[in-house]
Write a protein that binds this ligand. Structure first.
Ligand code: C5P
Length: 222
């Protein structure tokens, strides 16, 4: 089956937002829908890969055939990814991980007794950077959602996080990226770049999965 070109690969994919608890009833999060990550999981499965999807809270069903690991916080996502990525050929970090978490989560609901309040935040672990530090690191792909200077910031993350590829999108353009059904990406390697034009996320994901595999094969001399 020529279309099952990923039959001997294991992909670990993160998707969706993370939620960082403030107290038992409140959290900090972001607008990630999980659609892009789930579309990548679907496309990789269709191409024959074994897929582990580590997902934050989303409202969409996991593609049939993947192993779904549901998490809430960035720390949980970090732990589950590192526990499952060792055997992976490919890691795709599509999740919109919260950059910070609450330093001291309140045990009880915080009351609105004061006119002002402060919440102290501490930095979350960088999941994709930690995967890229592994001695036997899988082929590692990150995402960069930017509102300006897209290429500059994307290439900076590619180098700083030691990634093999980074898929960048301009989230300031209406109708693509966060919460949208459509997306347009530019895929950067250390030496070149390829545009994936605006289309439904399922179509974009299919092209992205095929391109990731081509770079993976080139890196591994296959
Ligand atoms: O630095 P920035 O958050 O823009 O980088 C985005 C990329 O890094 C995405 O691939 C995202 O999934 C990943 N990331 C991560 N862990 C974090 C923050 C970002 O894996 N704590």
């Amino acid at each position: 089956f020529a279309e099952k070109y990923l039959h001997n690969q294991h992909w670990v994919i993160t998707a969706g937002p993370t939620r960082e608890a403030i107290d038992p009833v409140r959290y900090i999060s972001n607008h990630s829908s999980g659609k892009m990550g789930y579309a990548i999981a679907h496309a990789a499965l269709r191409a024959g890969a074994q897929v582990t999807l580590v997902s934050g809270p989303v409202n969409i069903a996991a593609p049939v055939g993947c192993r779904l690991i549901q998490v809430t916080s960035a720390e949980q996502m970090h732990q589950q990814v590192l526990a499952n990525v060792k055997q992976a050929t490919t890691f795709v970090a599509c999740a919109a991980v919260a950059d910070y978490r609450v330093a001291n989560i309140a045990d009880e609901k915080i009351k609105k007794d004061n006119e002002q309040m402060q919440i102290s935040l501490i930095k979350n672990p960088d999941i994709v950077a930690d995967v890229a530090k592994l001695a036997n690191k899988p082929f590692t792909v990150g995402f960069a959602a930017e509102t300006q200077n897209v290429e500059h910031y994307a290439r900076g993350k590619l180098m700083r996080k030691n990634l093999d590829l980074i898929a960048a999108n301009d989230v300031a353009i209406a109708g693509q990226g966060f919460n949208s059904d459509d997306n347009a990406l530019t895929l950067y390697s250390t030496i070149d770049k390829i545009d994936i034009p605006l289309a439904n996320k399922q179509i974009v994901a299919k092209q992205l999965v095929s391109l990731i595999n081509q770079y993976y094969l080139a890196k591994n001399n296959k």
